[in-house]
Structure formats: structure tokens, C-alpha cells
Design a protein. Structure first.
Length: 260
């Protein structure tokens, strides 16, 4: 089996000396440039706060609280998925029925797989849960293979009702509010809006080479080996698998998704 790091090391070995680097300056000159960027960072933070305030002022639409899901104890409702809390954040996880773990959605694996510590959400009366497009018995084995701990439910028979005419594409995040036994949808996003789920990209964005993806605005000579075109590899996969799977394989976890 090919180690997930083998290809990156081999690629880097041949270009290490050719990769561009920033100009070298003294500490004062460095700090002057950084201070200029910091002004923009603070403006970006304030604009993010303003956007969050606008989200809090959005209207909401009622959703049937009895929409059915399937969980570890069998059938339940969307209302049950709140676990008694006031709000629910749900990640809609794509699924390819009957396909092995290596062929499951690499983007959902990337974004949803970074949601770990839930106690801070719970302290704000928010439940986080995965609503998977696939059958429960098959998809829960994928959750366990990845070592995830968030509540996981199948919406196999209810996805169309939850989507309410929207297209289910790769990254899909929905927020709900509970008022007694009534459920309301307060926000949804898709595409890059799902970046709120993970810390990898924000951390990479603070490094000199960034995400190393083809679309980024970087100086000439900066490495850009990740992308979604004919010359760059999928940013969420390496050597035929979603990147996060390799550490689980090395740890000896079974990626057999077929129910026993």
C-alpha cells in the first residue's frame, strides 16, 4: 500500500531548490509590512462580525419537525435530532451507496471530519449532527472508521423534504431553531461556505505557501500542486483515497462498510 506522504515527498524533493521564497529583510522592515497586513486583517474580522450580525437578523422558514431520520435506535424525527437543545447545526453528508470507503465523498470527509470538540456548541444550546444521504447501517461504519463522534443519522428517505427543492451538492450546512415542537430553518450555505467547519484552511492561509492550490493568488514560483484540473491532484485526495483515511488505515481500522 502506498503511503499518503510518499507522493508529496517525491514531488517536493525535485523542486525544493526551485520553489520561490519571500524576500529576506530585517526585523523592522518585516514588522512594517506585517502591520500593513494587520490593518486589513482587522477590517476583515470586523466585516465578518457584521456578516454574522446580518445572519442573526435573517427571517426563518418553518420545516416539518416530524421529518424522519434513522439513528442508532432506529427511526426518529428531525425534532429528536436537537437532543433537547434550542438549535441544531446539520451537515448534509453525500453518500455513494454500495461504494467502498475510498470512493466516498472526499469533500464531506474533509469538512465534516474536522468537527470534533462539541462541548462549546453544547454550552450555547447548539447540537451538531451529520445527516447522511446514505443508509444508516452502511454510513455509520464510515463514521466509526474515521473515528468521528458527532451524532450521525441517515436521511436516506427524507433528503428531498429537507432540501425543499435545492440541489444537494458537495458541501451543505444548515442551521435550525426549535420553538417548542416547531422547527425553523434559519440559515444554509454550500460550497466554500462550509469552510467554517474546519481549521485546516484558515491555518494554511496564514502560512507563506497557503493552500498550495491552483486558484490561489500567489507569487510566481510558489508551489501549487493541488487543484481540480487535469494537471493538479484533487485537494482532498491522495493516492486514490480521501486524505484523512490514510491515518486510519495505518492505525489498523477496518474500512469495510458492509454491515455485519
Amino acid at each position: 500500500m502506498t503511503d499518503m506522504n510518499e507522493q508529496p515527498r517525491a514531488a517536493q524533493a525535485g523542486i525544493a531548490d526551485a520553489v520561490g521564497i519571500p524576500p529576506i529583510v530585517d526585523r523592522d522592515a518585516f514588522q512594517t509590512e506585517l502591520d500593513s497586513v494587520r490593518v486589513r486583517e482587522k477590517a476583515h474580522t470586523r466585516e465578518g462580525d457584521a456578516l454574522a450580525a446580518a445572519r442573526r437578523r435573517l427571517p426563518m422558514v418553518e420545516v416539518d419537525s416530524t421529518i424522519g431520520l434513522v439513528g442508532p435506535d432506529g427511526p426518529l424525527t428531525l425534532l429528536d435530532a436537537f437532543e433537547g437543545r434550542r438549535q441544531l447545526i446539520a451537515y448534509f453528508h453525500m453518500w455513494y451507496p454500495g461504494q467502498p470507503a475510498a470512493e466516498q465523498c472526499e469533500g464531506c470527509t474533509y469538512y465534516n471530519g474536522q468537527v470534533r470538540e462539541l462541548s462549546y456548541l453544547h454550552s450555547r444550546e447548539v447540537t451538531y449532527a451529520t445527516l447522511c444521504q446514505g443508509p444508516y447501517e452502511e454510513s455509520i461504519r464510515y463514521r466509526d472508521f474515521l473515528g468521528l463522534e458527532m451524532p450521525w443519522y441517515s436521511m436516506l428517505d427524507s433528503a428531498e423534504r429537507l432540501l425543499a427543492g435545492r440541489t444537494f451538492n458537495r458541501f451543505y450546512l444548515v442551521c435550525y431553531l426549535r420553538q417548542d415542537d416547531r422547527v425553523f430553518e434559519t440559515y444554509w450555505t454550500t460550497g466554500r461556505g462550509a469552510e467554517a467547519l474546519g481549521n485546516s484552511y484558515p491555518l494554511l492561509d496564514r502560512t507563506v505557501y497557503g493552500r498550495q492550490e491552483a486558484w490561489e493568488d500567489s507569487p510566481n514560483g510558489w508551489p501549487k500542486r493541488w487543484g481540480r484540473n487535469t494537471t493538479e491532484p484533487n485537494p482532498y485526495r491522495t493516492n486514490g483515497r480521501p486524505i484523512a483515511q490514510w491515518s486510519r488505515i495505518r492505525a489498523g481500522r477496518s474500512d469495510d462498510l458492509q454491515p455485519v
